[in-house]
Design a protein around this ligand. Structure first.
Ligand SMILES: Cc1ncc(COP(=O)(O)O)c(C=O)c1O
Length: 424
């Protein structure tokens, strides 16, 4: 097959007629498929359902002498802190174990900065004339929404193969109004990029003009490989501390995609000074989080090695789904030279860059044919992709048979939109 940009007008016209016919056939199937959000599939949820067989005996409700059913232990069960600390490579006393969602802890950290200020704030951020925020993009739409909802000015930082463009970051942080930055350092959403050691070093050693610069380190996919061996990652807390930036960083993680999304446990990790400050604010807000669920997770996951064993079972379910997506793109789209994509080895997404100016049209066509995808632009601040190019594919939820149909539709729609853009 000739690449679309190299076709003559006549060839393109003929190809467009062929692709439109396929589209009509696919549409006639009345499909209702969803590749919109990074939700685990049913087989993954079933994997962990024996969690609920635990905690049958009275002694299962006691952890380090603490009755987990009662109030107390604001910062979480010591055993749950040890579990997260081992996974993240930090110290248990740097870990605060919260409720069922790390996003809530992220929102709350920023909310506290806004209402009360952080440890090194001169004033709460609500008193600042303007707060600016660095958003490596493509990135996680919910991150961007959080900072947008507080009225911050979002600054797009381009992503490179090694993580955020650090020249752009280092230039931007000279401005004291720049108060923070989003990061997903391992298997970034949606690109699946792992930040390089050099990038992490540059981040940890930053000298922002704002004394209360907040490095949001969302390690949502830190143990989520679906292909190859587990990839070690550095402890960002000690990396920042080594450069005199101990209080700059808050790290986040959860078991949403280890056990159950919405019914797992989450944590933040930070310096001991930040921990003392946050606990003073949090103790006003909540007496304690759900320690029964924390205990259930401690008993079920046990330690890092045992948790990684479970992740290999998730990988066995996820890998064929990602292979199905990437193989279809390689087969159907690569020869046409109308899009590029990455081959992640972990995380929950495939990030595809369609021909500029065609992402919206592609996704509108997908919708018409019954395939729901993450909205065009969602991976950029304010939901606006300046190139109208990035498409986030989330293959985890549908079973492989459905995924095959959905990806065929996506390929057809990519072709139609590209041919229309090139002129038919
Ligand atoms: C980068 C990232 N962070 C956080 C979350 C949500 O995590 P939680 O369920 O712990 O709130 C997601 C979910 O897709 C995500 O992709």
């Amino acid at each position: 097959m000739t690449a679309y940009p190299k076709m003559t007008a006549q060839e393109r016209k003929a190809e467009y007629a062929r692709v439109c016919k396929t589209f009509e056939e696919e549409k006639a199937k009345g499909l209702c498929l969803n590749m919109a959000r990074g939700k685990p599939g049913k087989a993954q949820l079933d994997l962990v359902s024996d969690m609920f067989q635990l905690m049958q005996r009275p002694e299962d409700y006691v952890s380090d002498g603490i009755d987990v059913r009662n109030y107390g232990e604001l910062s979480g069960l010591p055993a749950a802190k040890r579990l997260f600390a081992e996974i993240l490579g930090c110290k248990p006393e740097q870990v605060f174990v919260g409720g069922n969602a790390s996003l809530q802890l992220m929102y709350d950290t920023i909310s506290k900065a806004y209402t009360h200020g952080l440890l090194h704030s001169e004033r709460p951020w609500c008193k600042e004339p303007v707060v600016k925020w660095l958003c490596p993009a493509p990135g996680y739409d919910r991150h961007f929404k959080v900072t947008e909802s507080f009225g911050f000015e979002l600054i797009t930082i381009p992503m490179t193969d090694e993580g955020p463009d650090m020249d752009a970051v280092e230039a931007a942080i000279q401005d004291p109004a720049v108060k923070g930055m989003w990061n997903v350092p391992k298997y970034s959403n949606p690109d699946g990029i792992i930040y390089s050691d050099a990038t992490i070093r540059r981040i940890a050693s930053m000298k922002p003009a704002a004394p209360d610069f907040l490095l949001m380190w969302d390690n949502a996919y830190c143990i989520h490989e679906f292909e190859g061996e587990y990839v070690e990652f550095p402890d960002i807390l000690s990396a920042c501390a080594a450069y005199g930036n101990a209080d700059m960083v808050f790290e986040f993680a959860s078991t949403s995609k280890v056990t159950l999304p919405g019914a797992g446990i989450s944590c933040f990790a930070c310096s001991e000074a930040n921990m003392a400050y946050m606990e003073r604010l949090l103790t006003v807000q909540v007496i304690s989080f759900d320690k029964v669920n924390q205990q259930r997770h401690v008993l079920y996951l046990k330690d890092k090695a045992h948790t990684l064993e479970l992740m290999r079972k998730h990988a066995a379910i996820m890998a064929p789904k990602f292979r199905c997506v990437v193989d279809a793109l390689d087969r159907e789209i690569a020869p046409l030279e109308i899009a590029s994509w990455r081959r992640p080895k972990g995380g929950y997404f495939v990030s595809l860059n369609a021909m500029p100016g065609t992402a919206k049209r592609t996704l509108a066509l997908c919708k018409e044919a019954g395939v729901t995808m993450t909205g065009a632009g969602a991976t950029f601040p304010y939901g606006k992709d300046p190139e109208d190019s990035n498409i986030r594919i989330a293959p985890s939820l549908p079973p492989v048979e459905e995924l095959e149909q959905a990806i065929d539709v996506l390929c057809t729609c990519l072709k139609m939109a590209a041919l229309e853009k090139l002129g038919v």
